[in-house]
Design a protein. Sequence first.
Length: 493
Amino acid sequence: MGGAQAPEDRLASMKKQRLQHWILAADITWAFIALSLAYVMRYGFTWNGPTDGTFFTFVPPLLVAVAIWALIFSWMKLDGFRRGWDLPATLSQLFLALCLLMAVLMAGAYLLQIFLSRLTLSYFGILLFVGFLSIRCTAHTILGSRYVAKAVRRVLIVGNGPVAREMAAKIEGHPEMLCHVVGFLCSSDASFDTRLPGTASEARMIQTLGVIELIREQRVDEVIITLSKPGSPEVMNLATRCRREGIGVSVVPHPYELYLSKPQLLDLGGLPILQLREAKSRFVNSSLKRGLDIILGFCLLLISIPLVALGAIGLLAKKGGPFARELRCGQFGRHFWMYRLNSDRNAQELSRYEIILQQLSITEMPQFWNVLSGDMSLIGPRPESPDRVKHYSEWQCQRLNVKPGMSGLAQVCGLREEHSSEEKARFDLQYMMHSSLFFDISLILQTGWTLMGRLLRLKSLGSQKPLTTGSGATDFGVERILPSAHSSQSSAD
């Protein structure tokens, strides 16, 4: 059996690799420039000729730093696009990677007794961070500019359900794919998802025979089928006609939940086989993760004590006292009491004081005690009530294989308590697949960026209504919804 890959897929893969190589090359170039600038900032514009060894003592460490950075770049996937563009995530990952790089450099210089100016190295590290971040932001800006608009492929998504919405979000979060979603195609009896912009005003009703003409009108380059039954006669006919017109066709395999693993497409005598491999991380339930929880949890608990105390003082008059506990399901469905400040998240009217406590997550800081006691982790799926858990599908129950967390991938991506368990499960299971020490610390830093963003927004708070939080992960910016009519069956996903 051999792997099968379409020419369009190979081309997209080559473009992605080329982007990664360009970013790495820009990083290396900037490293040489940053060292020169750091030297000038420390010693000024002094040059006594080649016999002056001050500058040249930094060259061997620089070459070592470049080699180490190339390894870290590949290992930690630091181009900023591989898991979707997200500025807080890029900030966190670059910060951690550069801390690791500078620690290795300083430790190596000390062991080898190479005496380097620590101030110069500090300037060098700061310049590297600013430059590397600027390189990725510039690449993101260029990819979204009109100068590359001609290279962007126009994509039509067949379906209007959760998988279709997630596909649109993924495409928007990966500008390096050079794709743009022009709309959705679904049957006339499928209800439109109101979370998609423009569904009421821009929907168009057409006859089935007019679908290809509409696709030509929209200059569609590729059709992505996200239906649960892509083998229906109507869909097969659509795919066949699209291929005849030179339009690419891609299919998301169903059930979608199966391939939250590492899939590999094989070709067995012309029969495509999607091979699924279990891909859960060993770190997610490891003693190393528990050690991180204890060390960081204890430090954060000490830092949070003054904030929790101030919050509790303002809630002394609340019925039941300043603290509350809620019954939640932990690892393997075991029940435990989760602690928090006594401020109702679902209250219609809250004082400004309680709004601040909730927006800065001070109400959740007592959960550091849950972390130290072993019921929770700093990072993991948010714990839910037993009433909600009993309605889990078997797929969603996989969230219970790990300890719940104070924060997690779903939370930094903007999903809150009011979002469905299925939506959060998609992010939580992705975290379980890719969990690592680096990823956990990165998510902790991203949570910090999120709280800082809320603090800045609170300064402009002009009403008593709670602020919306998160990164807007459910807003996809899709331009048009294109439903097909007279379908023989519902194609809503």
